[in-house]
Design a protein around this ligand. Structure first.
Ligand SMILES: [Zn+2]
Length: 274
């Protein structure tokens, strides 16, 4: 009974410590702490499983379509708050010298992860044609990979919420052949669980900050592809206005203040094996 009590106190302490860290430091903290513990009382695997399963929700802040207007603002906000994010980039956007500069800023920050969102954004939003020509679609992704010098092999499909992780496909059937072709080249396709939508008219956020927070909170319990792992999609351009950036700040600050939240980048998602 006494040992059981000590075990739970210890697990609780680890959870509090773990959730104050971000990214890959979680496991490091757990392992460091274990050095001083009698391994006959608690096994490493028990603690890691309990910390991940019982206390924490992992939030993946992701932005699509950069570099573009708004990239600078969201990057600076994430830096200020110490929150890692994943940017799914479009190669063709480099034609603008200002956007090239944004790319350099993103690359300079090692807490941010860069990933592939195609070169032409699916033939400039011609989704039907793009996904019906797997060879051409794969070539477009590979062109972006090279032009943007992306190090991770993680792709987000333009216009479709498709997944190909752990060898399993999930998403619209029309995109399956492209996902299979990319999988055979060692790429992961990363979709999303929830989107902060934007107005097609002026790219401003549709949901209020409060509504977005409510949606995220609900996903702590259920409704995600992987339990307690919330992949959150946004677009850089939604936050180029100060008042909209304030909404993003409100949501991020609130999430960060919750000690059961830990932020991660895409390559840390379960099963990515990069
Ligand atoms: Zn996009």
């Amino acid at each position: 009974m006494k040992l059981e009590y000590i075990k739970w106190v210890f697990v609780w302490l680890l959870a509090v410590w773990g959730c104050q860290s971000t990214g890959s430091t979680d496991t490091k903290l757990v392992n460091n702490e274990l050095d001083s513990v009698d391994s006959s009382v608690i096994k490493v695997s028990d603690i890691e499983t309990k910390v991940e399963d019982t206390f924490l929700t992992y939030v993946y802040v992701t932005f699509d379509d950069g570099p573009q207007k708004g990239t600078k603002e969201v990057l600076e906000l994430c830096q200020e708050l110490g929150i890692p994010a994943t940017f799914f980039l479009v190669g063709a956007h480099l034609a603008d010298p200002y956007q090239k500069d944004y790319l350099a800023r993103l690359k300079a920050d090692k807490a941010m992860e860069l990933a592939n969102h195609s070169y032409t954004h699916a033939f400039y939003n011609n989704f039907k044609k793009f996904y019906s020509q797997p060879d051409a679609a794969v070539a477009d992704f590979l062109k972006a990979q090279e032009a943007l010098a992306i190090q991770t092999k993680i792709i987000r499909f333009p216009g479709n919420n498709s997944w190909m992780t752990r060898g399993k496909f999930r998403g619209p059937a029309s995109t399956k052949n492209v996902a299979i072709a990319l999988d055979s080249l060692g790429y992961h396709v990363f979709g999303w669980d929830v989107e902060w939508h934007f107005s097609r008219k002026d790219a401003r956020p549709v949901q209020s900050a409060e509504k977005m927070l409510t949606q995220l909170e609900k996903l702590r319990q259920k409704g995600t592809v992987t339990k307690r792992h919330i992949v959150w999609l946004m677009h850089d351009r939604m936050f180029k206005r100060p008042e909209d950036l304030d909404s993003l700040r409100k949501v991020l600050v609130n999430l960060k203040s919750n000690h059961s939240t830990s932020f991660r980048v895409a390559s840390q998602y379960p099963g990515m094996n990069l």
